[in-house]
Design a protein around this ligand. Sequence first.
Ligand code: GLN
Length: 239
Amino acid sequence: MKLSAKNTRKTGSRKKTAGRRAAKTVLARLRHSNEGREKNRPVKIGIVAIQGDFAAHAAMLQALGARTVEVRTVEDLEGCDGVVLPGGESTTQLQFLKEEGLFDAIRKFSKQGGAVFGTCAGAILLASKVNNPPQESLGLLDMTVLRNGYGRQMASDVFFSPSTLKKEPLEMVFIRGPIIEEVGKGIEVLARHDGKAALVEKGNVLAATFHPELTDDTTVHAHFLEMAAAHAAERAGSS
Ligand code: GLN
C-alpha cells in the first residue's frame, strides 16, 4: 500500500478509546508508585523539535495523557521523564544536538534512567554504529544501522507486521528509513519488517525504524509512556 493521506490520517473513535485506556494506565502507574509531591503528576515528555514530525509525536502523547514540551535547549530537558528523537534528517539533527549541547545532555539523561525513544532518524542517532555514510551517534543502543537501507524512492511505504506489544499486526509507516543490520546482546526485538528488526529496546531506550506517530495506532507510544512512567516512579521513590 502506498503512503497516502488515508493511511496517515488521524481520526476516529478507535484512537480515542485506545488513548483513554492507555492514559489511565500511565496515570495509574504514577498514582500507585509515587508518594508526596509527585502524586498524580502526568508523565512529562520532551520532544526534540528541530525538524521533522515532532508535532505528530506531541499530539499522540498528549492523547495518551502525557504532558509534552518541545526541546531545543538543554534547559528544556528539565523535569522530563522521557525524550523523543523524531524523524527527519539525522545528519542535520546530529549537528544541532552537538551545537546546543544536547548531544551530551541526552546521553546523560539516558544514563540517569530517563526514557529515550527514537523514530527513524532518531533511531539512527541512538545507534552505536551508523553506515551509509558513517556518522557519529549517541551510542545508547548497541546496534548497527544502515541509513536509507530500503533505498530512497521505494523506501516510503506502509506495512503491517506482528509485534510483541499486541495481538493485531502493527502498522509501520516507512519514510526513507534505516535498516537495523545488527543488534548487540540484550537488545529486545519487539517487531520486524522483512525479517529485519524494526522496533527494538533495551532498558530505558526504544527505537523504531518506522513512524508510529503517523498512524492511528497508539501502541508504541503507550509502551514508551510506560517506560517513562516507570522512570518517574523510580525517581520519586528515591527522592
Ligand atoms: N533518511 C533519513 C536519515 O538518514 C531518515 C529519514 C526519516 O527520519 N524519515 O537521516
